[in-house]
Design a binder for this molecule. Structure first.
Ligand code: DAK
Length: 264
């Protein structure tokens, strides 16, 4: 039974909450292990989109646990970094779309875990930052890599070198988040977005995620081949046949709502 992770499935979407409120949901080894186990336990036959958030109204995740990190040796530091990186990579490559609902502080490892999700939305009190150089370390859970890819190298370098935190409106302006909501509306907005995604053909949605993620790591010639193959694979699905047939039938009712999609 997990102490710091709450996992709830609501019809076709799931909400995973990092719940270590006393330490502002900071990531220690136990949280990372429980998160890893929770990701492994997701039933991908029924869940079509995942929302990740933090418990309470103050913090999403206030970073890696500084108390735990403070006494690490070089070897232990590398091992801790690998543990985090492995979980974050698992989250990033999860077959289904993921949405970070950032409900407060997203500092260091908190900003990094949000960047391992496909989409970020936040509350108006959210604060993002990579404060690591102020602690004498580099970002260790992919921050140097994912922030630069998301907001561009110039802005990422400014944030990381200066260790300056930014507020929700600035995060929106630089493209780190897609939208900002009043705190009390954030989860409803995240779940609505997840439900909207969950209504679409799940195999096609997953293929889009794979195409975007893998394509971004390839050059354009390879990337379009990745897309071609995934596009082709859709023609072996019931969803493609039903989806296109409904359109061609010109049945307005059906056109709006395609038959229940297959998941595999
Ligand atoms: N770790 C541990 N405890 C934390 C924490 C953290 N990151 N952030 C907050 N807490 C704890 C506080 O110690 C306090 O505990 P008690 O004293 O009540 O026992 C409780 O949460 C409430 O925090 P505050 O009293 O400080 O609350 P305030 O509202 O005054 O301030 C704050 C909120 C978020 C501004 C402040 O707590 C803060 O600055 N927190 C630290 C934020 C931070 O610097 N985060 C980045 C951590 S560095 C690597 C792997 C990973 C990483 C790097 C390398 N490798 C192995 C290569 C990642 C690094 C990071 O994430």
């Amino acid at each position: 039974m997990a102490e710091f992770i709450v996992y709830e499935q609501k019809d076709k979407i799931a909400v995973l909450t990092i719940s270590r409120e006393k330490a502002l949901n900071a990531l220690n080894s136990q949280v990372l292990d429980e998160l890893d186990a929770a990701l492994d336990a997701i039933d991908f036959d029924t869940v079509r989109a995942l929302v990740l958030t933090g418990a309470g109204e103050k913090s999403f995740v206030a970073g890696a646990d500084i108390g735990e990190m403070s006494t690490l040796t070089k070897a232990e530091g590398e091992a801790f970094g690998k543990k985090g990186n492995d979980v974050f990579r698992k989250l990033e490559t999860l077959p289904i779309p993921t949405i970070a609902a950032v409900n407060g502080f997203a500092l260091g490892g908190g900003c990094e875990i949000s960047m391992s999700c496909d989409i970020r939305i936040c509350s108006d009190n959210a604060i993002f930052g990579q404060p690591e150089v102020g602690l004498g370390i580099t970002p260790g859970f992919g921050g140097t890599q994912r922030l630069a890819r998301l907001v561009g190298p110039g802005m990422a370098k400014q944030m990381i070198y200066s260790a300056r935190n930014i507020k929700a409106d600035e995060a929106l302006r630089i493209g780190l988040v897609n939208a900002v909501y009043p705190q009390e509306e954030l989860m409803a907005a995240a779940e609505k977005l997840a439900s909207t995604i969950a209504q679409n053909a799940p195999i096609a949605v997953r293929a889009c995620k794979k195409a975007i993620n893998e394509g971004l790591e390839a050059d354009m010639d390879e990337a379009i081949v990745i897309e071609e193959k995934l596009f082709g694979s859709c023609f072996e699905t019931e969803d493609q046949k039903a989806g296109m047939a409904n359109f061609l039938e010109k049945d307005k009712e059906k056109k709006l709502k395609v038959v229940p999609f297959q998941n595999k």
